[in-house]
Design a protein around this ligand. Structure first.
Ligand code: ADP
Ligand code: ADP
Length: 235
């Protein structure tokens, strides 16, 4: 059965008369281990869909379920998903390693850690070395380039091993060479860890390059216009 199911999802911002319809009648299934891109023009509701999936926003109608559990329900565990934003959001006063470990600290405070702290620190170091940041554990964000900071952000989203990775135009702010390189690193991470990835982009070429399947959204509000299975030309 699918790992994520959207059933007739609608999302409106605002209240009463003054509302913006961001997502309308969106239905889709995402299978475990799939790499799915969501494409559509700017403002069509892509970020909204990811935030609904992460449980940061609640749908106005319909439901989003992860592993059969409604993301709005009180028993749903938010650490099912890792979220990577458009820009790296690292805390400048923390080292790279401590930034990557931040979600672990928060989970620990909430009493939901499943392993001991040393396990996560080892995992953090391992992830940093996978994305070529071995040796930068004790550096501060300002000492790293934008691409390096975004790599560290990916490590942070993976450190607690969420089954689903949600990425909102994660490399959009970077130059094309860095972006292509990070896309390839992302594919290696995906292949090595068997995560389910939902990748938002407005770049159809990038979507086709990366994904098993591309969900194409209409201009506005977001409605699934078409779902395209991609015949992979992956390296
Ligand atoms: P995309 O990620 O495709 O650029 P968004 O999901 O960010 O699109 O936005 C979809 C629509 O919802 C846009 O019209 C946007 O202006 C509107 N919107 C997004 N966030 C808010 C908000 N917090 N309040 C009101 N309108 C919003
Ligand atoms: P070419 O041989 O023409 O460079 P590729 O087979 O390498 O084509 O790539 C096909 C398409 O995917 C091209 O449009 C290219 O821009 C894009 N592409 C190639 N590598 C990457 C990458 N690492 N990330 C995103 N898009 C890529």
């Amino acid at each position: 059965s699918p790992i994520v199911t959207y059933s007739d999802v609608e999302k409106r911002y605002g209240t009463d008369e003054d509302t913006v319809l961001a997502v309308e009648e969106f239905s889709a299934d995402i299978e475990e281990g799939e790499f799915v891109s969501i494409v559509g023009p700017s403002g069509c509701g892509k970020s909204t869909l990811l935030h609904l999936t992460a449980g940061i926003l609640d749908p106005t109608r319909g439901s989003v379920t992860v592993n059969g559990m409604n993301v709005q329900s009180s028993v749903y565990e938010k650490h099912n998903v890792g979220l990577v934003f458009q820009k790296p959001v690292l805390l400048e006063w923390r080292t790279i390693l401590d930034n990557v470990l931040l979600p672990v600290e928060i989970m620990d405070e909430n009493g939901v850690l499943t392993e001991d702290r040393s396990h996560y620190e080892e995992r953090a170091r391992e992830l940093l070395s996978i994305v070529d940041l071995g040796g930068f554990e004790d550096a501060y964000p300002r000492e790293l380039s934008g691409g390096m900071q975004q790599r560290a952000s990916i490590c942070r989203s993976l450190v607690y091993d969420p089954p689903i990775l949600l990425m909102d135009e994660p490399f959009g702010a970077l130059d094309k060479i860095t972006r292509d390189q990070l896309n390839d690193e992302l594919l290696s991470i995906w292949a090595a860890t068997n995560k389910t990835v939902l990748f938002v982009t407005h770049n159809i070429q990038e979507a086709i390059y990366l994904s098993d399947r591309v969900i194409v959204l209409s201009d506005r509000p977001a409605t699934a216009l078409d779902t395209v299975s991609v015949d992979l030309a992956r390296p």
